[in-house]
Write a protein that binds this ligand. Structure first.
Ligand SMILES: [Zn+2]
Length: 278
């Protein structure tokens, strides 16, 4: 009985490998990668931080390999209407609006002529020196960086009342539009948390699309309110190799992550332990 179970487990592993390879083969060229960063500095050393040299190595790689940075409008036009994108499109995003995005990331992005999108927590601007100031935001906004909403105060939206969610979504959007004189139509869910009720309110308050922290690329006909990203953060594991693996083999790791979660849910932790997610 034991060896039967063991053989079955190995058959499953082989099956997963074959399914994974086929999955990459069929989906490798599909979908737009959206990278998700947070802090770029040499001091914080927390799970959200990349050093300046790590960040520059990644941007330099994208530059040298012909990736074309796009904005959220271009992504939404492509996903919604099939509007053509430049070759090797990539959307670079930052969540929370940390001050180092201006001090460290912005000069590196400028050096390689890369645009990016920063999701701001609008109540924190000017009230906390860890975060960007309006002057910094204005300067970057005039030079290729777009700013979108990450709500007023980064609350967990699924736990809030309808009224509170509406206020978080509308007031952050309107505040940014007033300050920057530009339309704000995109949201990143705080902590990546959302549910169907939240999505309904995001639509109701005039957003065009919303980003999660779910791992994956975004393809035509996907839902615009649960857009995938590729998280470039996580507990001191920011190696260039990991970045490269996540960018190149997004679809495989996405599928493996789903399967691993399913195994853990079913209590098969030993088999789940065999599946490596970089
Ligand atoms: Zn956040």
């Amino acid at each position: 009985m034991y060896s039967l179970t063991k053989n079955f487990n190995w058959l499953l592993v082989v099956f997963i490998i074959i399914a994974g390879i086929s999955y990459i083969f069929f989906t490798y060229f599909q979908g737009v990668p959206v990278l998700n960063y947070h802090q770029i500095n040499n001091q914080s050393h927390n799970s959200l931080t990349l050093s300046d040299s790590e960040f520059e190595a990644q941007i330099k790689y994208l530059y040298k390999h012909g990736y074309t940075p796009i904005g959220p409008d271009e992504l939404a036009d492509y996903l919604q209407n099939g509007t053509e994108l430049p070759s090797k499109p990539i959307l670079i995003t930052f969540d929370d609006g940390y001050e180092d995005n201006y001090q460290v990331a912005y000069p590196i992005l400028k050096k390689y002529h890369f645009k990016a999108t920063i999701f701001l927590i609008t109540d924190f601007i000017g009230n906390n020196n860890r975060y960007l100031t309006w002057d910094q935001i204005k300067e970057m906004s005039d030079n290729g960086i777009s700013f979108e909403s990450h709500t007023l105060s980064h609350i967990a939206l699924p736990k809030a009342s309808d009224e509170e969610i509406r206020a978080q979504l509308l007031r952050s959007k309107e505040g940014l539009e007033w300050r920057l004189g530009k339309k704000v139509e995109y949201l990143a869910y705080p902590g990546g948390e959302y549910d169907q009720r939240v999505i309904g309110l995001v639509k109701e308050t005039g957003y065009r699309a919303a980003f999660t922290v779910n791992f994956g690329r975004d393809r035509v006909n996907c839902t615009l309110f649960t857009l995938n990203r590729i998280p470039i953060f996580g507990g001191g594991t920011h190696t260039f190799f990991r970045f490269w693996l996540r960018l190149k083999f997004t679809q495989l790791f996405d599928a493996l992550q789903d399967y691993k979660s399913l195994l853990i849910k079913k209590g098969n932790t030993s088999l789940a332990g065999l599946i490596y997610i970089p």
